[in-house]
Each structure stands twice: as structure tokens, then as C-alpha cells.
Design a protein around this ligand. Structure first.
Ligand SMILES: [Zn+2]
Ligand SMILES: [Zn+2]
Length: 337
């Protein structure tokens, strides 16, 4: 018998582990897989954006935000309460719209039931681990009190920096190709940044004081995505500091912050996709099983699949039982040290 090397011998998790999971072992989504060749590589990239994706929607939102919901650079030249409050309210409204809307649809009205839901266990309601003894209220509190505030602080500093020439500006009319390319390249850079800051956040003292707050959520929902300690918000969103170095337009800057915030919310939604209902498979892919595995098993999948740092550095969990055993052994060895 010829052994089929394309299908490794793997044990898949049982129904009791996950209510739903995508095809396992997880498919290779890496943009850096050179064996695949450039054409297939471009196809993976193309499929991650088109015909519709949550990040393409965020590109649209960032254009609308710049043209209709942002102060002019003239106004942003000096700090003033009025426009800063406007940016804060705008960000708060966006956060409540996306996280609140998803929570209502998926968890309050249960419009999809458990269809495409990764982990069907309910959120904690009477648990002293959480602020107000409730996982939901705890998540809302940290997302709004810290998340929306620090997001706004970065937004305000960025607009002020563009307005005063501290951030190099790129115009759409003079550099249209670069302006389009940045939308593609910035999320890739964002994943690379996330992998390294996330490894830092898992370092003993920082984990205990800071990142453990996000990890209270083993089962996650939309409000868990931005439920972080203020120090983590500062570190997580620091990827935007790259705009102080690379020439870009404020729309790119707004886009990078919005995709960091809004896609953290959607990817923690707990569902693979938002569909029209329990019987429908057609919908918008939002979930991130790769990161859901991180919340369940901790010492694995620090990054995202497009930039396979986890594969390069041996922390990849592909969803199989063998990967769970490897991760548990690594966690045990780390605790013994
Ligand atoms: Zn983590
Ligand atoms: Zn998370």
C-alpha cells in the first residue's frame, strides 16, 4: 500500500471538544509558503480579500471615517476638546455597533443557534473571576473603558502628527499604486507585530499582571476581542507607530487601527461565520479558529496563519489531538522551569 503523505495520520477532536470546527488539520494559509509557488500564493491572498471579507469592509469604513467622521488636518493641528471628543464618540459608536450588534444577533436573539459556533458552552454569569461577576459585563467594561479610550488616544496623536508634518504623508493622486498596496501590506505587517508582542505578553510577569485579563476568556464572544488590560491595549495598537516612519495617508492609519480593533471583535465572535440563520451556510467569514485554539490551549498560535511565525518557531497548533498533546507537554515544561 502506498502511504499518502498529503494526508498525515491525525486524530481529530471529538464532538465534546468543539461544537464546530473547520476542516482539520488547519489548512496552510501562509503567504510565505514558497513551495506553493507565486500563483497559488496570490490566490490565497486574493481569497482572503475578495469577493467580500471583513477586512475589505473595514477599508470601506476607513474611507467613510476619513471623509465624513474625522476632523480636518487643519483642525487637528492643535489639541482641542471638541474634535477629540468627536473622535472618541465615533470610535465608541463603531465599537458598540460591531460588538453589540454581533452579541445581540448571535447571543441574545440566537439567530444562528449553535450553527458554526466553535464552543457551545455559555458565558460565565456568576463567577468572581470577572468584574461585576459576569464575563459579558467584564468584557464590555474593559473594551469601552480602556479599549475605546486608548484607540482614540492613538487616533488623536496620529491625526495631530499628520497635521504637523511629524508623520510622512502619501497622496493618493501622486502614488496610487503604493496607496493601494499599503492596504494589502499593513495587515501582513500587523500579524508579524502581533506575534512578537503576543510572545512578550506571555512572558511570566507581564502575563500575570497584564495579559491574563484577556485570557480569563477561554470561551470567547465579540466583546472579548478588545477586553484587555490598558497596558496590553497600548502594546497591541502600537503597530500604528510604523506610520511615523513610512509615508502613508491618514486613511491607512485609520484603517490599521480599525482593523486591529474591529477585526479583533469579529474574530473573537465565537462563530466561524455570520450567516442568515440556522440553516444557512452563506455569510461573512469572521471567526478565527486558529486564535480560538490559543484561548483554549494557551501556549500555541501566538500569531495568525498568514504569517506563519508559529510554524517557524514550533508553536503551531493545527487543531488535532496530537497538537493538543504537544502543546500540553510544552506548557508543563514551561511551568517546571
Ligand atoms: Zn495570549
Ligand atoms: Zn484573544
Amino acid at each position: 500500500m502506498i502511504h499518502d503523505t498529503t494526508k498525515p495520520d491525525v486524530t481529530l477532536p471529538g464532538k465534546s471538544t468543539w461544537n464546530y470546527h473547520p476542516n482539520l488539520p488547519l489548512e496552510d494559509q501562509s503567504l510565505f509558503n514558497l513551495k506553493r509557488g507565486p500563483i497559488l500564493g496570490l490566490k490565497v491572498l486574493w481569497n482572503s480579500w475578495l469577493p467580500i471579507s471583513d477586512r475589505l469592509i473595514v477599508v470601506g469604513v476607513s474611507f467613510l471615517t476619513w471623509f465624513y467622521l474625522s476632523p480636518s488636518l487643519e483642525t487637528a493641528r492643535s489639541f482641542a476638546f471638541g474634535w477629540i471628543a468627536g473622535v472618541y464618540l465615533r470610535n465608541l459608536a463603531l465599537m458598540v455597533l460591531v460588538a453589540g450588534g454581533m452579541h445581540l444577533y448571535l447571543y441574545t436573539f440566537k439567530r444562528q443557534g449553535n450553527h458554526l459556533r466553535y464552543d457551545a458552552r455559555p458565558f460565565h454569569k456568576k463567577n468572581a473571576l470577572y468584574k461585576f461577576n459576569s464575563q459579558f459585563l467584564d468584557n464590555v467594561y474593559w473594551s469601552i473603558a480602556s479599549g475605546a479610550t486608548i484607540w482614540t488616544a492613538y487616533d488623536v496623536l496620529g491625526l495631530w502628527a499628520y497635521a504637523n508634518g511629524y508623520a510622512p504623508m502619501l497622496s493618493f493622486s501622486e502614488h496610487p499604486v503604493w496607496c493601494v498596496l499599503w492596504f494589502v501590506l499593513l495587515p501582513i505587517y500587523g500579524v508579524f507585530h502581533f506575534y512578537w508582542i503576543h510572545r512578550l505578553l506571555h512572558w511570566g510577569p507581564i502575563y500575570d499582571k497584564v495579559h491574563s485579563l484577556h485570557h480569563r476568556n477561554v470561551n470567547v464572544g465579540p466583546w472579548s476581542g478588545m477586553s484587555m488590560h490598558p497596558v496590553e491595549h497600548v502594546i497591541y495598537l502600537s503597530s500604528v507607530l510604523i506610520h511615523l516612519v513610512i509615508p502613508s495617508h491618514p486613511i491607512h492609519f485609520i484603517f490599521q487601527l480599525q482593523q486591529k480593533v474591529l477585526l479583533a471583535i469579529t474574530s473573537h465572535g465565537g462563530y466561524e461565520a455570520i450567516t442568515g440563520g440556522e440553516d444557512s451556510d452563506a455569510g461573512l467569514k469572521v471567526g478565527d479558529f486558529f486564535h480560538q485554539l490559543h484561548h483554549r490551549y494557551f501556549e500555541c498560535n501566538y500569531g495568525e496563519p498568514e504569517v506563519p511565525c508559529d510554524k517557524w518557531f514550533g508553536t503551531f497548533h493545527d487543531g488535532t489531538e496530537e497538537a493538543t498533546a504537544r502543546t500540553r507537554a510544552r506548557l508543563k515544561a514551561m511551568r517546571i522551569k
